[in-house]
Design a protein. Structure first.
Length: 268
């Protein structure tokens, strides 16, 4: 672990703490929201599960990070140096291996797809995302550049396939959705694309450059921001899709009822 200044150590620890608070609050919000209605309940519930799992892992990451450092004062200058306890970054991969496939479950669960088609799409996405994370880990724990690039390349194959499914195959399914819903689903895909691109970029940066204190801080802070966006932010978009679809369906039901009875729907 590189030596950190007080400001650098505080930035990382504060960002990890912020991630815990944000993801924990998001989990509570999604669980409460899922209990308020049965339609699209699965998608919102899974959003809560994803944020709850991430909250747990960020608690472990925070604890591992602060334990890996000890404060020292030399010549009146305070710094944080490695304590001898290893920083266990496996918690991130454990989290991603569980939550990233669940992000795909959220999206498929909120779409209007025939049962057989949704099952096929879900299998493709879940298997590909699990492979993407699993193939990246052997390179992450290796110090050999050749080994790291090998596993990075292998991990990018399912990564590109997932993007193909989301942006090409899923485009056909969008035709069944209302314009308001289409725009939100497109936003969900963009959120995933932008946040997911940070992970292979950070992995490549760690391989190309021996991370000094600044690089290590940038990676830890960047991962935290990406995780918050890809889980809590993405979950919020899924929630908006579910609410919009429910409102459109209610409006459609009221219109049909008016046509059949010839009466305006009752207003409170």
């Amino acid at each position: 672990m590189p030596e950190l200044s007080v400001a650098q150590f505080s930035l990382v620890s504060n960002m990890l703490s912020f991630a815990i608070a944000t993801l924990g609050a998001a989990a509570v919000f999604f669980f409460i929201s899922s209990a308020s209605g049965k339609r699209y309940q699965l998608a919102i519930t899974v959003s809560g599960i994803v944020c709850a799992i991430a909250t747990y892992h960020y608690v472990r990451i925070y604890d591992s990070f602060v334990t890996a450092y000890t404060m020292q004062t030399v010549g009146g200058v305070v710094t944080y140096v490695a304590s001898g306890s290893p920083f266990n970054d496996f918690y991130r991969y454990a989290d991603w291996f569980i939550t990233v496939p669940l992000l795909m479950v959220e999206l498929v669960a909120v779409l209007t797809l025939p049962k057989g088609e949704s099952r096929k799409l879900l299998i493709k996405l879940v298997v590909a995302t699990a492979l993407m994370i699993g193939l990246g880990y052997p390179g992450e724990i290796s110090s050999d550049a050749g080994t790291r690039w090998l596993w990075w390349t292998l991990s990018m194959i399912p990564f590109v396939y997932v993007l193909y499914v989301l942006f090409i195959e899923l485009g056909k399914a969008l035709e069944r959705e209302a314009p308001q819903v289409q725009s939100l689903i497109k936003l969900a895909r963009v959120v995933l694309l932008v946040t997911w691109l940070f992970y292979p970029a950070a992995y490549a940066a760690q391989t190309l450059f021996a991370l000094n204190a600044t690089g290590e801080v940038a990676v830890q802070v960047g991962y935290s921001i990406a995780d918050i966006t890809a889980k809590a932010g993405y979950g919020l978009v899924i929630y908006m899709i579910a609410r919009t679809k429910a409102q459109l369906e209610d409006s459609s039901t009221e219109s049909v009822s008016t046509e059949v009875t010839g009466l305006e729907p009752s207003r409170r």
